[in-house]
Structures are given as structure tokens and as C-alpha cells.
Write a protein that binds this ligand. Structure first.
Ligand SMILES: O=C(O)C(=O)[C@H](O)CO
Ligand SMILES: [Mg+2]
Length: 259
């Protein structure tokens, strides 16, 4: 049975971030993920996880200046030092939170940066990060994010591009983060793709499309997709990363039967 995690950057935003852990537990989740832990002391987050008997499933490496629109710095040649410092910071949090997977956001390619340089920088940074994480038994995820609607210019916008990085590096702890929402926009054919890519998938996330709301608000047949994920023996977590179209607790109908 898929293990579902609540994404606390998107769910339960009716309450302050630190109160969302208890809300997730009360709703039946056993794991949580969120964009970034860095604004909070790690001991506070560790206590919230412990008090609510929750697993920290995933968070992202520092993304650069998120509020200014940056979406990762891994492809930027003039930010390599900052990228490496971010790996240190993320590892400190991962240790404190017992988190076994970190996601590396590839970043947006500026018009002034040529594709080849962006790609070589990305591959070298992923290689560095994967090696640092491997020493601690942690997996590095690379998420393919749609460049049609949400992140124009995002360097890794297809599962094929993520697979190219994985193949180029041959890193045993590098995995694809397969977000059903982004992949529905870019590629479709979700169940067949999940089956083909299964050995390389480290984490799955979902939202319906269009709108990025809860299952049932768009075009994806989630009963079938979740049943397929269950049937193919996927052992990782599945993160609910959607914008609730109503009070979060009123959007959890999809969870019935899985919790
Ligand atoms: O946008 C997404 O799908 C995400 O998972 C986070 O925003 C970045 O990892
Ligand atoms: Mg995602």
C-alpha cells in the first residue's frame, strides 16, 4: 500500500507551519515533506516530528533566493560555492531530522547562459552532492518540473532529462522524483511511465491537473494511478503536494481507504 506523506508547504496552511505537523498526524499521515526546513531550528522540527510520531520524508537543498524567483542554483556556474555550502546545510538538517532523501532543484537557465554550460554545471553539482549524501546513506532526488505552466526555463523539465543525468553519473544514490502533476503536463501516459521508470524513482508527488488541486478536481484518474503504484510494488513515499481548493480537511477524500 502506498505510504502517503503530507506536504506541509501546501497542506494545512490554515494554521502556522509548526501546527501543521499535528494536523497531518490527526488526518492519518505518517510522514511529512515540505519545501525547506532552514527557517526553523532543527531541534524544533525534530521535536515536532517526534511529538507527532511522523517521518521526515523529504525536503529540498537550499534553492538560492526563492522569494526573488530562484528555483535552485545547481545549473548556475557562478554559484557553485553556494551550492556546496547548501549541501552542508541540508546534511546538517537531514541528520537532525532523520531524513533519508533530499531533492536537488536544478534551477532556471538564464537567457545569458548557454545550455551546454548549464548542463555541465548541473551534472558536476549533482555528482558532488550525490557523493556527499552517499557517505551518509542518503538518496539525492532530482525532480522533473513542468516548464509549460509553472516554471518556464526549468532545466530538468522531463523525466528523460533526469534519466540522462542519472545515466551520465551512474550514481547509485541518485533517483528521479516523479511528480504526477508535472508529468501529466509535460508527458502524460502516467501509469506506463511509472512502470518503466520504477527502478529509478525515489519519490512520487501528486496534484490534479489543471489547477494543481486535490485529486478529483481535474483530469487524472487517481484511483487507477494509486492502485497501479500499489500494484507495481513501489516502496517509497507518495507526497500529497497540492493546493487544496477548500479547507484542507475537506479535500482529503482521496485518502479514504489508503490511511
Ligand atoms: O514544485 C514542486 O513540484 C516541488 O516538488 C517543489 O516545489 C520543489 O521540489
Ligand atoms: Mg513536486
Amino acid at each position: 500500500m502506498p505510504r502517503f506523506a503530507a506536504n506541509l508547504s501546501m497542506l494545512f496552511t490554515e494554521v502556522d507551519f509548526t501546527e501543521r505537523f499535528a494536523r497531518a498526524r490527526a488526518a492519518g499521515f505518517e510522514g511529512v515533506e515540505y519545501l525547506f526546513p532552514y527557517a526553523y531550528p532543527s531541534d524544533l522540527l525534530a521535536r515536532l516530528l517526534n511529538d507527532n510520531n511522523l517521518t521526515q520524508v523529504l525536503f529540498n537543498l537550499p534553492p538560492g533566493d526563492w522569494d526573488a524567483g530562484e528555483r535552485g542554483i545547481a545549473c548556475l556556474p557562478d554559484r557553485v560555492e553556494e551550492f556546496r555550502a547548501g549541501v552542508d546545510q541540508a546534511l546538517d538538517y537531514a541528520r537532525a531530522l532523520g531524513c533519508r532523501q533530499l531533492n536537488c532543484l536544478a534551477g532556471l537557465r538564464p537567457a545569458t547562459l548557454d545550455e551546454d554550460t548549464a548542463w555541465q554545471t548541473l551534472v558536476a553539482n549533482v555528482d558532488y552532492a550525490a557523493e556527499r549524501l552517499a557517505a551518509e546513506g542518503i538518496t539525492l532526488c532530482l525532480e522533473a518540473i513542468n516548464s509549460r505552466v509553472d516554471m518556464p526555463g526549468f532545466v530538468l523539465d522531463t523525466s528523460g532529462k533526469v534519466m540522462s543525468v542519472i545515466e551520465e553519473l551512474d550514481g547509485s544514490n541518485i533517483r528521479l522524483q516523479y511528480d504526477l502533476y508535472h508529468m501529466q503536463i509535460m508527458e502524460g501516459d502516467l501509469i506506463r511511465s511509472l512502470e518503466c521508470l520504477l527502478p529509478w524513482i525515489g519519490h512520487i508527488q501528486f496534484a490534479d491537473n489543471p489547477g494543481r488541486h486535490e485529486p478529483g478536481t481535474g483530469e487524472i484518474n487517481f484511483s487507477n494511478v494509486f492502485a497501479a503504484i500499489d500494484g507495481m510494488g513501489y516502496e517509497g513515499w507518495v507526497g500529497a503536494e497540492y493546493r487544496p481548493s477548500a479547507e484542507t480537511s475537506d479535500t482529503l477524500g482521496w485518502f479514504d481507504g489508503w490511511s
